[in-house]
Ligand binder design. Structure first.
Ligand code: NDP
Length: 444
């Protein structure tokens, strides 16, 4: 059995009941064989065993009182996975599905994603099984304050800098920051995704979605192609999906379908993003309302059917494992040419295999959605320098980061004999930098 196989087997044995973590680790480790072959010293230093073991896992109780006076209890998590190249960095997810397996898969991915940005940030992730849906603003605030009352002692501007993720947007970051500032008496860049009035960065809101389109634009350019006239489908209708849609449309693409967790809308004349923003960002409503507002559009209950809509470009931007092998095969059969992952691990291992065998361009999450965390790192730089850059400045830096990521993963795939396999390219390029730093630090 090879070194990599042994590490993977032990990981599964030592971390039972963590299927998402196993899935992410399998996807990563199976592509690292050429790197490990080239560096036998990694095995002697048990580098991979250390790489897949979080430096620290914090699990805590989050008690809070709802509007009716009932005491409620949720679980809080922060996994500080790897700080070899910088302070832990990664979002907080509030969703009822959150558990240790999900936070660990996200944290492991985050290490490599952050490395790919070329910026000095380590990997971490956190969250809670709290469900923000249907809660009042006061309940959200109470929950966020309780969550931060424990988390504050583990984070810091040079230690661990959380941000948003599913269920954690500008409102939640505001409440979390307010409580941190109150407890620590410090106005520092301890969270990113902050509002513009208290240390946030322009473009952070748009960054993940815009970055997704920038990297795909570069992949298209390398093939003499562009977004102009392309038919696009996007899953989700949250932060990432909305700004991916905005940028794709501005480059001349037609986005015809989007979804939320209840179902999808199909609008053959092109999604009206102003209507989506009104429903999702302002009203926090359901996407089904779109069909009542826009003539000629159609709502279908259930998400999976959206993958049968013919398109040139598919952008999964909602959640993990939303495209299985069957949906991937349907996309390919209907002529998809490009897939870029806005969400984290939205494609199952089967789906990735289908995409790769079909020869379409497939950009994996850790490269394709790195624009969010890259702009968070730019927010950190502005915070520590007490600076405020213009929209154009930040947008240009974001675009440069995404273009660089594309060329780095393309080069790495080529260098290690996997031309065009961007999953391998991203894992290898991200891993090499982290491994080099870990080796330099000795056995820690
Ligand atoms: P949001 O909470 O803003 O939006 C999530 C969207 O996905 C909503 O439309 C939601 O629908 C939908 N969704 C969530 N769970 C499911 C499900 N089980 N089935 C179908 N749809 C679902 O989150 P973000 O846009 O911030 O994040 C989306 C993805 O992008 C996540 O995987 C996240 O980890 C990843 N990501 C986000 C970054 C960021 O900067 N925000 C950075 C990098 C990655 P509903 O409203 O019904 O819940």
């Amino acid at each position: 059995m090879s070194y990599l196989e042994r590490v993977l087997e032990n990981l599964k044995k030592n971390n039972p009941n963590e299927p998402e973590f196993h899935q992410a680790a399998t996807e990563i480790l199976t592509t690292l064989a050429p790197v490990v072959e080239k560096h036998p010293e990694y095995e002697e230093a048990a580098l991979l065993e250390r790489f897949v073991e979080p430096e620290r896992v914090i699990i805590f109780r989050v008690p809070w009182v709802d509007d009716k006076g009932n005491v409620r209890v949720n679980k809080g998590y922060r996994v500080q996975f790897n700080s070899a190249i910088g302070p832990y960095k990664g979002g907080l997810r509030f969703h009822p599905s959150v558990n240790l397996s999900i936070i660990k898969f996200l944290g492991l991915e985050q290490i490599l994603k952050n490395s790919l940005t070329g910026l000095p940030i380590g990997g971490g992730k956190g969250g809670s099984d709290f469900d923000p849906k249907g809660k009042s603003d006061r309940e959200i605030m109470t929950f966020c304050q309780s969550f931060m009352t424990e988390l504050y002692r583990h984070i810091g501007a040079d230690t661990d800098v959380p941000a948003g993720d599913i269920g954690v947007g500008a409102r939640e970051i505001g409440y979390l920051f307010g409580q941190y500032k109150r407890i620590r008496n410090e106005h520092v860049g301890v969270l990113t995704g902050r509002g513009l009035s208290y240390g946030g960065s322009l473009v952070r809101t748009e960054a993940t979605g815009y970055g997704l389109i920038y990297i795909m634009q570069e992949a298209m350019k390398a093939r003499g192609d562009s977004f102009k006239g392309k038919t696009v489908i996007i899953s989700g209708s949250g932060n990432v999906a909305i700004y991916a849609c905005e940028k794709a449309q501005s480059l001349g693409a037609k986005v015809v379908a989007m979804y939320d967790s209840d179902g999808y809308i199909y609008d053959p004349s092109g999604i009206r993003l102003d209507v989506i923003k009104q429903i999702k960002e302002i009203k926090r409503g359901r996407i089904s309302e779109y069909a009542d507002k826009v003539k000629g559009s159609k709502y279908t209950a259930g998400c999976k059917g959206m993958w049968s809509v013919p398109c040139d470009v598919a952008l999964p931007c909602a959640t993990q494992n939303e495209i299985d092998g069957q949906s991937a095969a349907l996309l390919v059969k209907n002529g998809v040419k490009y897939v870029a992952e806005g969400a984290n691990m939205p494609s199952t291992l089967d789906a990735i295999e289908v995409f790769q065998k079909s020869g379409i361009v497939f950009l994996p999450a850790k490269a394709a959605n790195a624009g969010g965390v890259a702009t968070s790192a730019l927010e950190m730089a502005q915070s520590s320098g007490r600076l405020f850059w213009s929209f154009e400045e930040v947008d240009k830096k974001l675009k440069d980061v995404m273009v660089n990521i594309y060329h780095n993963i393309d080069d790495a795939a080529r260098e290690y004999g996997r031309e065009g396999d961007y999953s391998a390219g991203a894992n290898i390029a991200g891993f090499v930098k982290v491994a080099t730093a870990m080796m330099a630090h000795g056995i820690v």
